[in-house]
Write a protein that binds this ligand. Structure first.
Ligand code: PMP
Length: 403
């Protein structure tokens, strides 16, 4: 008899190898949270530089008060999906708030961002349609594509000419065409060259979805994401986003202006067949989105902090994930053992970053990935740079330099 776990033995072996090098890099426990940028890990106060808490909003008193009030008024959970159990007024308030923030006619919220991609992709595309995906797309986008049953065509990362070529070849079997991009790519921190893709859209005609998970609340004069920053929102048909990053809660959304958009609610299994988000989470999301709208200085602060870290790393000669400043700042490392060793040394010295290893990374890269927060102070950023200098640029593992 084949043990169903046989296929997972390599995971166990890899895990053991990782443990021999120190702490379990993918199983860190935050024993206590002190603030959006500080936690006690392994008994030590640690600077958090890998949380995606871009706005540092998780301890905001107004958001916390909104969550507590919702617990009191609506209870701990919704105990079912909105289709089966009905919506709470809070869900509708959140959808209205978001539609206003995004300047879109329609908005549907999901329990997580992952489900938002599963839902939107499988709602928009079916077995006769074709989805064109950037090769570096997030797993939730790939999984959404699988769930849809649509034909999948991958184009080279951020390469509009490659998409153009593939569309010209007519690889689809009839049906509609959906192209999916991301605002900021989660691993390397680079942006989609949206204007180039929109040129291709004008030439070939397709519907365009942008996942703004890492750029919602972060980019653009209104904080609506990459399309807002690029002044190209009218060319983007559908937006996906999450509440787990700049909003500091949990949940996701899809938005658009199509007159039939609302009917997606009855076509998306990840919306219909799972419980809706809890009242506290919905209420904190509403409060946080109001703050994102009312307090653009948070975005300015995030931009300053991101530039400070980016240029600090550049000055150390580190090999970075991309050439543009964003709150996602990744450093390329030579190989898996040295990356794990460096990650452990950083943690011991008091800074938590993400470790990202193949197969979860583009081009099989080994990365130490930082995410910057508006709540980091200048001295936090400088401390992170100093520690990367002592741990990554010198001492541990091979020296990691440009070229
Ligand atoms: N899209 C992208 C690009 C992401 O990076 C993520 C999460 N890292 C998601 C979607 C899923 O969001 P959530 O964590 O809210 O499920």
């Amino acid at each position: 008899m084949t043990d169903l776990f046989d296929k997972h033995r390599h995971i166990a072996e890899r895990h053991q190898r990782m443990l021999q090098l120190g702490v379990n890099a993918v199983g860190v426990t935050n024993q206590r949270l002190l603030s959006p940028t500080r936690a006690i890990i392994d008994g030590r106060e640690t600077i958090l530089a890998g949380t995606n808490n871009y706005m540092g909003i998780t301890f905001d008193p107004d958001c916390i008060a909104a969550g507590k009030a919702a617990l009191d008024q609506f209870g701990t959970g919704t105990t079912g999906s909105r289709i089966a159990n009905g919506s709470y007024s809070l869900h509708k308030d959140l959808e209205a708030e978001l539609a206003r923030f995004l300047n879109r006619k329609h908005c549907i919220v999901f329990t997580t961002g992952y489900q938002a991609n599963l839902g939107m992709m499988s709602g928009l595309a079916g077995p006769r349609d074709t989805i064109y995906l950037d090769a570096d797309s997030h797993s939730s986008i790939y999984d959404g594509c699988t769930l849809s049953g649509a034909k999948l065509v991958r184009f080279r990362h951020n390469d509009a000419a490659d998409l153009d070529k593939r569309l010209a070849r007519g690889e689809e079997d009839g049906g509609g065409r959906l192209v999916v991009l991301e605002g900021i790519y989660s691993m390397l921190g680079d942006r989609a060259p949206l204007a180039d893709f929109i040129e291709v859209k004008k030439k070939h005609g397709f519907q365009l979805l942008v996942d703004e998970a890492h750029s919602f609340g972060v980019l653009g004069p209104n904080g609506r994401g990459l399309a807002d920053e690029a002044g190209l929102e009218d060319e983007v048909d559908f937006v996906v986003g999450t509440f787990s990053k700049s909003v500091g809660a949990i949940g996701g959304f899809g938005a658009g202006n199509h007159p039939l958009f609302e009917y997606l609610r009855y076509a998306m299994r990840p919306y219909m067949f799972t419980a809706s988000s809890s009242p506290a989470s919905i209420a904190t999301s509403i409060a946080a989105i109001r703050k994102l709208a009312a307090e653009p200085q948070r975005r300015d602060r995030l931009r300053e902090n991101s530039a400070r870290l980016f240029h600090g790393f550049k000055a150390l000669g580190l090999d970075m994930g991309c050439d543009t400043v964003s709150p996602v700042i990744a450093v390329k490392c030579p190989d898996e053992p040295s990356t794990i060793a460096m990650w452990n040394a950083l943690l011991k010295a008091g800074v938590y970053v993400n470790i990202a290893l193949p197969p979860g990374t583009p081009n099989k890269l080994c990365l130490l990935r930082c995410s910057v927060s508006a709540a980091h102070t200048d001295s936090d950023i400088d401390r992170i740079i100093t520690l990367f200098d002592s741990v990554v640029a010198q001492g541990h593992g091979k020296k990691v330099v440009n070229g």
